[in-house]
Design a protein around this ligand. Structure first.
Ligand SMILES: [Zn+2]
Length: 200
Protein backbone atom coordinates (compact mmCIF):
# COMPACT_ATOMS: atom_id res chain seq x y z
CA UNK A 1 0.00 0.00 0.00
CA UNK A 2 2.81 2.42 0.87
CA UNK A 3 4.45 1.50 -2.42
CA UNK A 4 1.34 2.41 -4.40
CA UNK A 5 0.96 5.64 -2.46
CA UNK A 6 4.56 6.65 -3.14
CA UNK A 7 4.22 5.82 -6.82
CA UNK A 8 1.03 7.88 -7.24
CA UNK A 9 2.47 10.77 -5.22
CA UNK A 10 5.55 10.82 -7.41
CA UNK A 11 3.65 10.42 -10.68
CA UNK A 12 0.79 12.81 -10.00
CA UNK A 13 3.01 15.33 -8.20
CA UNK A 14 0.78 15.32 -5.11
CA UNK A 15 0.74 13.31 -1.95
CA UNK A 16 -2.34 12.51 0.06
CA UNK A 17 -3.25 15.35 2.39
CA UNK A 18 -4.85 12.96 4.83
CA UNK A 19 -3.97 9.44 5.79
CA UNK A 20 -6.15 6.70 4.51
CA UNK A 21 -7.16 3.40 6.00
CA UNK A 22 -7.27 0.18 4.07
CA UNK A 23 -8.95 -2.67 5.92
CA UNK A 24 -8.63 -6.23 4.78
CA UNK A 25 -11.71 -8.22 5.72
CA UNK A 26 -11.94 -11.96 5.64
CA UNK A 27 -15.37 -11.95 4.08
CA UNK A 28 -17.09 -12.10 0.74
CA UNK A 29 -17.66 -8.74 -0.92
CA UNK A 30 -20.51 -10.05 -3.05
CA UNK A 31 -18.50 -10.03 -6.30
CA UNK A 32 -16.59 -6.91 -5.27
CA UNK A 33 -13.00 -7.40 -4.19
CA UNK A 34 -12.52 -3.87 -3.02
CA UNK A 35 -14.57 -0.82 -2.15
CA UNK A 36 -13.66 2.74 -1.28
CA UNK A 37 -15.51 5.56 0.28
CA UNK A 38 -13.88 8.82 1.27
CA UNK A 39 -10.58 8.07 2.91
CA UNK A 40 -11.33 4.48 3.72
CA UNK A 41 -11.04 1.38 1.63
CA UNK A 42 -12.04 -2.20 2.24
CA UNK A 43 -10.59 -5.28 0.61
CA UNK A 44 -12.78 -8.37 0.70
CA UNK A 45 -10.46 -11.34 0.96
CA UNK A 46 -12.98 -14.00 1.90
CA UNK A 47 -14.88 -14.50 -1.33
CA UNK A 48 -14.51 -17.09 -4.06
CA UNK A 49 -12.98 -14.50 -6.44
CA UNK A 50 -10.10 -13.70 -4.11
CA UNK A 51 -6.83 -14.86 -5.67
CA UNK A 52 -5.35 -17.52 -3.42
CA UNK A 53 -1.84 -18.84 -3.74
CA UNK A 54 1.52 -17.18 -3.49
CA UNK A 55 2.46 -17.13 -7.17
CA UNK A 56 3.32 -14.02 -9.12
CA UNK A 57 -0.12 -13.78 -10.68
CA UNK A 58 -2.03 -13.89 -7.38
CA UNK A 59 0.42 -11.42 -5.86
CA UNK A 60 0.14 -8.94 -8.72
CA UNK A 61 -3.67 -9.14 -8.67
CA UNK A 62 -3.66 -8.26 -4.98
CA UNK A 63 -1.16 -5.43 -5.50
CA UNK A 64 -3.27 -4.05 -8.30
CA UNK A 65 -6.41 -4.27 -6.17
CA UNK A 66 -4.88 -2.36 -3.27
CA UNK A 67 -3.40 0.22 -5.68
CA UNK A 68 -6.84 0.67 -7.28
CA UNK A 69 -8.38 1.48 -3.88
CA UNK A 70 -5.49 3.75 -2.94
CA UNK A 71 -6.02 5.66 -6.18
CA UNK A 72 -9.69 6.18 -5.27
CA UNK A 73 -8.41 7.81 -2.12
CA UNK A 74 -6.23 10.11 -4.20
CA UNK A 75 -9.27 11.06 -6.29
CA UNK A 76 -11.21 11.90 -3.15
CA UNK A 77 -8.34 13.72 -1.49
CA UNK A 78 -7.68 15.90 -4.54
CA UNK A 79 -11.31 16.90 -4.93
CA UNK A 80 -12.25 17.58 -1.34
CA UNK A 81 -10.47 20.54 0.13
CA UNK A 82 -11.64 23.14 2.64
CA UNK A 83 -13.08 25.39 -0.03
CA UNK A 84 -14.00 22.89 -2.71
CA UNK A 85 -17.30 22.40 -4.47
CA UNK A 86 -16.62 18.95 -5.83
CA UNK A 87 -18.11 17.75 -9.07
CA UNK A 88 -18.34 13.98 -9.06
CA UNK A 89 -16.96 12.35 -12.18
CA UNK A 90 -18.99 9.63 -13.88
CA UNK A 91 -18.41 5.99 -13.06
CA UNK A 92 -16.29 5.22 -16.12
CA UNK A 93 -13.82 7.98 -15.26
CA UNK A 94 -13.58 7.10 -11.56
CA UNK A 95 -13.12 3.39 -12.23
CA UNK A 96 -11.25 3.64 -15.53
CA UNK A 97 -8.64 5.97 -14.04
CA UNK A 98 -8.26 3.79 -10.92
CA UNK A 99 -7.76 0.70 -13.08
CA UNK A 100 -5.34 2.60 -15.30
CA UNK A 101 -3.28 4.05 -12.46
CA UNK A 102 -3.16 0.70 -10.61
CA UNK A 103 -2.05 -1.08 -13.79
CA UNK A 104 0.68 1.53 -14.33
CA UNK A 105 1.91 0.91 -10.80
CA UNK A 106 1.99 -2.88 -11.18
CA UNK A 107 3.54 -2.65 -14.67
CA UNK A 108 6.32 -0.52 -13.22
CA UNK A 109 6.88 -3.01 -10.35
CA UNK A 110 7.43 -5.88 -12.75
CA UNK A 111 8.83 -3.91 -15.69
CA UNK A 112 5.93 -5.35 -17.69
CA UNK A 113 5.30 -4.67 -21.36
CA UNK A 114 2.45 -2.13 -21.38
CA UNK A 115 1.31 -2.78 -24.94
CA UNK A 116 1.09 -6.48 -24.27
CA UNK A 117 -0.91 -5.80 -21.12
CA UNK A 118 -3.37 -3.61 -23.04
CA UNK A 119 -3.61 -6.24 -25.75
CA UNK A 120 -4.48 -8.93 -23.17
CA UNK A 121 -7.30 -6.71 -21.92
CA UNK A 122 -8.56 -6.19 -25.46
CA UNK A 123 -8.44 -9.93 -26.10
CA UNK A 124 -10.45 -10.49 -22.91
CA UNK A 125 -13.34 -8.43 -24.31
CA UNK A 126 -13.14 -9.51 -27.92
CA UNK A 127 -16.42 -10.90 -29.21
CA UNK A 128 -18.30 -9.90 -26.06
CA UNK A 129 -21.15 -7.46 -25.91
CA UNK A 130 -20.39 -5.09 -23.04
CA UNK A 131 -22.84 -2.35 -21.94
CA UNK A 132 -22.08 1.29 -22.70
CA UNK A 133 -19.79 2.99 -20.22
CA UNK A 134 -22.44 5.59 -19.47
CA UNK A 135 -25.09 2.96 -18.77
CA UNK A 136 -24.85 3.58 -15.04
CA UNK A 137 -23.06 1.81 -12.25
CA UNK A 138 -22.43 -1.74 -13.32
CA UNK A 139 -19.86 -3.79 -11.49
CA UNK A 140 -18.79 -6.58 -13.78
CA UNK A 141 -15.24 -7.42 -14.70
CA UNK A 142 -16.12 -6.70 -18.34
CA UNK A 143 -17.14 -3.12 -17.66
CA UNK A 144 -13.99 -2.44 -15.60
CA UNK A 145 -11.85 -3.78 -18.42
CA UNK A 146 -13.77 -1.64 -20.91
CA UNK A 147 -13.37 1.45 -18.71
CA UNK A 148 -9.65 0.69 -18.49
CA UNK A 149 -9.38 0.49 -22.29
CA UNK A 150 -11.31 3.74 -22.73
CA UNK A 151 -8.95 5.37 -20.28
CA UNK A 152 -5.84 3.96 -21.85
CA UNK A 153 -6.93 5.31 -25.25
CA UNK A 154 -7.68 8.68 -23.65
CA UNK A 155 -4.35 8.89 -21.84
CA UNK A 156 -2.18 7.84 -24.75
CA UNK A 157 1.27 9.18 -23.91
CA UNK A 158 -0.01 11.59 -21.24
CA UNK A 159 1.70 11.30 -17.85
CA UNK A 160 -0.24 10.38 -14.69
CA UNK A 161 0.21 13.97 -13.58
CA UNK A 162 -2.72 14.84 -15.90
CA UNK A 163 -4.95 12.69 -13.71
CA UNK A 164 -3.81 14.60 -10.66
CA UNK A 165 -4.60 17.88 -12.43
CA UNK A 166 -7.97 16.60 -13.58
CA UNK A 167 -9.17 15.41 -10.17
CA UNK A 168 -7.88 18.51 -8.46
CA UNK A 169 -9.80 20.63 -10.98
CA UNK A 170 -13.01 18.70 -10.29
CA UNK A 171 -12.83 20.13 -6.77
CA UNK A 172 -13.35 23.57 -8.27
CA UNK A 173 -15.26 23.15 -11.52
CA UNK A 174 -17.73 20.93 -13.26
CA UNK A 175 -16.06 17.65 -14.25
CA UNK A 176 -16.94 18.26 -17.92
CA UNK A 177 -14.97 21.50 -17.88
CA UNK A 178 -12.10 19.80 -16.05
CA UNK A 179 -12.13 17.09 -18.73
CA UNK A 180 -12.00 19.63 -21.56
CA UNK A 181 -9.25 21.56 -19.81
CA UNK A 182 -6.99 18.56 -19.21
CA UNK A 183 -7.70 16.33 -22.19
CA UNK A 184 -8.61 18.92 -24.85
CA UNK A 185 -11.67 16.85 -25.68
CA UNK A 186 -15.37 16.95 -25.01
CA UNK A 187 -16.18 14.00 -22.70
CA UNK A 188 -19.49 13.14 -24.38
CA UNK A 189 -17.94 13.24 -27.84
CA UNK A 190 -14.98 11.18 -26.65
CA UNK A 191 -17.17 8.48 -25.14
CA UNK A 192 -19.40 8.40 -28.22
CA UNK A 193 -16.40 7.91 -30.45
CA UNK A 194 -15.04 5.16 -28.16
CA UNK A 195 -18.39 3.34 -28.07
CA UNK A 196 -18.73 3.43 -31.85
CA UNK A 197 -15.30 2.05 -32.50
CA UNK A 198 -15.30 -1.74 -32.38
CA UNK A 199 -12.58 -3.15 -30.13
CA UNK A 200 -9.67 -3.94 -32.44
ZN1 LIG B 1 -13.02 1.17 -7.94
Amino acid sequence: MEGARRFFAQQTGRDLKNDITVEVLNKDGDRLLGYSYGRRAWIFAGGADWPTGVGLEATSIKQSLVAHEVFHNFQWDLQYTDDSLPSRSPFWILEGSAEYAAAKYVAQLYAADWRQFVEENRAFLRGKSVPRLDAGTITTTDIYVKAFLAFDALMGARPLRVLGDYFEDTGRMDWRNAFRKNFDLDPVAYLEQFELRPLP
